[in-house]
Design a protein around this ligand. Structure first.
Ligand SMILES: [Zn+2]
Length: 281
């Protein structure tokens, strides 16, 4: 085994926007098992960048729930480590530097569209995931000088995808994946109009800076992996390996969400369930 094979760094990246539920915990469990099987390091990253959605009181609860379930990490906001800080709210300078690189390289453009504008555009089919409609390209050819700063127009920064290019990667669980830029997903926001770095950018910047070698996460993020591969390329970074887990469904076949409070770890624990029972797949 050579050094690069031995060196495994995985991560758990929960966002404190609600109580941790069983679906997350099971995906995280796979991440932990894979880190252990590879004799690797597991990092806990607190994805609290979106202060409009997260609540401060969820952070200690989240850590307590993770500990109760049996998670053990070697680096994190509670225990430190060489790649800190481990809370995204403290990592803004990293994201700003990356945005500057993307701007300098011409990879992003300012977009003044509201969600309503985009939804209203005639040719805006939905992307195959949670990102909403595929961006119709309205602002692609605008440049900053056409935005009047006196109007204090709020704008986001959007990544220009290479239309028609197939982005492929080998997923550790699902095998070969192929997504076509401009068809399966469109230009995506890397910095929001309310001056918050978007998930896609923060995730790539952190996984690279924390030297994560394999990203384990839910299958709802397969398309985001294609987007993120484009970001890695634009930033001159090497992408990690990816391993996506099938999502846990509820009894109606719908994906578990944070609103399924009945399946929050906290509720299950109060009902007397043990971590050992809950870890069984
Ligand atoms: Zn726009």
């Amino acid at each position: 085994m050579n050094r690069s094979e031995k060196f495994y760094r995985g991560r758990l990246a929960p966002s404190p926007t609600g109580l941790l539920h069983l679906g997350h915990a099971r995906t995280f469990w796979v991440a932990q098992e894979r880190a252990r099987a590879n004799g690797g390091t597991l990092v806990l990253r607190n994805e609290d960048i979106d202060s409009t959605r997260f609540k401060l009181e969820f952070v200690p609860q989240m850590i307590e729930d993770l500990c109760w379930f049996g998670f053990e990490w070697q680096e994190g906001p509670d225990c430190g480590g060489a790649f800190g800080p481990y809370s995204q709210s403290e990592r803004r300078p990293f994201y700003a530097t990356a945005l500057e690189k993307l701007r300098a390289g011409g990879f992003v453009y300012p977009c003044t569209c509201s969600r309503k504008d985009i939804r209203g555009a005639a040719s805006a089919p939905n992307a195959g995931d949670d990102e909403g409609p595929i961006y119709p390209g309205t602002c692609r050819n605008k440049n900053l000088s056409t935005l009047n700063p006196q109007l204090s127009t709020r704008f986001s920064w959007r990544f220009r995808v290479p239309d028609g290019e197939t982005i492929s990667f080998t997923d550790g669980n699902f095998g070969e994946q192929k997504f076509v830029a401009g068809k399966d997903f469109g230009d995506f926001v890397v910095w929001r109009g309310d001056d918050v770095p978007a998930y896609q950018l923060a995730c790539v910047v952190d996984d690279a800076a924390m030297q994560i070698t394999e990203v384990v996460r839910g299958a709802d993020l397969l398309l985001s992996t294609a987007r993120q591969i484009l970001l890695y390329r634009a930033l001159g970074l090497t992408p990690p390996a990816f391993y996506h887990c099938a999502l846990m469904l509820d009894e109606k076949g719908k994906r578990l969400a944070k609103r399924h409070d009945a399946l929050s770890l906290r509720t299950l624990r109060e009902q007397g369930k043990t971590p050992e029972e809950l870890r069984r797949f």
